[in-house]
Design a protein around this ligand. Structure first.
Ligand SMILES: *[C@@H]1O[C@H](CO)[C@@H](O)[C@H](O)[C@H]1NC(C)=O
Ligand SMILES: *[C@@H]1O[C@H](CO)[C@@H](O)[C@H](O)[C@H]1NC(C)=O
Ligand SMILES: [Ca+2]
Ligand SMILES: [Ca+2]
Length: 314
């Protein structure tokens, strides 16, 4: 039986190899704060999803204004982590980041029971291996398109990197780092290592221009090279290979796949602050936020669902 991570890996590989002229990306983009367009002239849907998370934003859409404000007030108290009565940009950013991360935790939660075979609340490497590669281990086939031994060793290495206390058993936090390594500082090395190994065909530990292009594009017959390939060559020389020695080392690879230059949560925190900081002192009071509740959570919709008024958390 194929498990989600493996499935994804296979799908990605299949997808990548079946469409040679389509550009594939290695850049691990931050999860967007929202998938809706950010245009405050039309509505504040983007801000609502960034501030509340997608599910919660939907719930708020069906609330009458007074109830919206009441719940927003409760949220404001939670955001004010140092309890000084003001919401700073930093507190707002932390809150937005947590909304952003919530769906990751939900997805880990969702997969958890598939792997925790003995239900002890932890996932051992043996459990993971059994669930993911069990059918292969029972009946090793050598003529498949995929080298499962190789994939298993790679998973094991990543599992060990995520397993910070080294007992070969993952708790929720460790398993989250295993499934979503790009969001964890201590997993960055392994993400870079896996990427370099994928692309570094001559095995010298670096990614040269030929390997870089070869990972994205395979020429087919006499087809003319698409324009983006030329652009990528230029990108490599100008931006990826920063020290201009003709190849990307680990540090240059990290800058490429996990760019750190733009922080969506920070930008959104600044935006929300700008929209609602009436007295322009650089921080928000609860009143300032509630006065602009439509920016944060509010809605123009008028058919409010009765059932949604009874919500556990509130
Ligand atoms: C793997 O899982 C199967 C099915 O749950 C179980 O029968 C078997 O004992 C497990 N093997 C190992 C090595 O854990
Ligand atoms: C599969 O991967 C393993 C471990 O990386 C390697 O030793 C083995 O030679 C590979 N097998 C094939 C058929 O490529
Ligand atoms: Ca190389
Ligand atoms: Ca203020």
């Amino acid at each position: 039986m194929m498990r989600p991570l493996l499935m994804c890996f296979i799908l990605c590989v299949v997808y990548g190899s079946s469409k040679p002229t389509e550009q594939k990306t290695r850049v691990l983009h931050q999860e967007p704060l929202s998938h809706v367009e950010h245009d405050d002239n039309k509505n504040y849907d983007y801000d609502h999803e960034a501030f509340l998370g997608q599910d919660e934003a939907k719930t708020f859409e069906h609330l009458p204004p007074e109830e919206s404000k009441r719940r927003l007030g409760i949220i404001v108290d939670k955001i004010d982590s140092n309890k000084d009565g003001f919401i700073s940009e930093e507190e707002l950013k932390v809150w937005i980041k947590s909304a952003q991360k919530k769906h990751i935790y939900d997805s880990v939660e969702h997969q958890w029971k598939d792997f925790d075979m003995n239900g002890d609340g932890r996932i051992s490497w043996d459990e993971y291996k059994n669930v993911t590669y069990g059918s292969y281990l029972d009946d090793p086939q050598t003529d498949t398109e995929y080298n499962y031994t190789h994939m298993m060793l790679r998973d094991e290495r990543r599992f060990k990197a995520a397993d910070t206390d080294g007992d070969l058993i993952a708790d929720k936090q460790e398993f989250t780092a295993f499934l979503h390594p790009e969001d964890h500082e201590h997993m960055k090395d392994i993400v870079v290592q896996e990427t370099v190994e994928d692309i570094d065909k001559n095995g010298d530990g670096f990614i040269d221009l030929k390997e870089y292009i070869g990972d994205m594009y395979t020429a087919e017959g006499d087809d003319e090279e698409p324009e983006w390939v030329a652009t990528e060559r230029q990108q490599f020389s100008e931006f990826r290979d920063k020290n201009h020695d003709g190849k990307m080392d680990k540090e240059e690879t990290l800058d490429w796949i996990l760019p750190s230059d733009y922080d969506h949560a920070e930008a959104e925190a600044q935006h929300l602050l700008h929209e609602s900081d009436t007295n322009k002192d650089g921080k928000l009071t609860k009143k300032e936020i509630l006065d602009k509740y439509d920016v944060f959570v509010g809605s123009q919709v008028t058919d409010f669902g009765e059932a949604l008024l009874r919500h556990d958390e509130f």
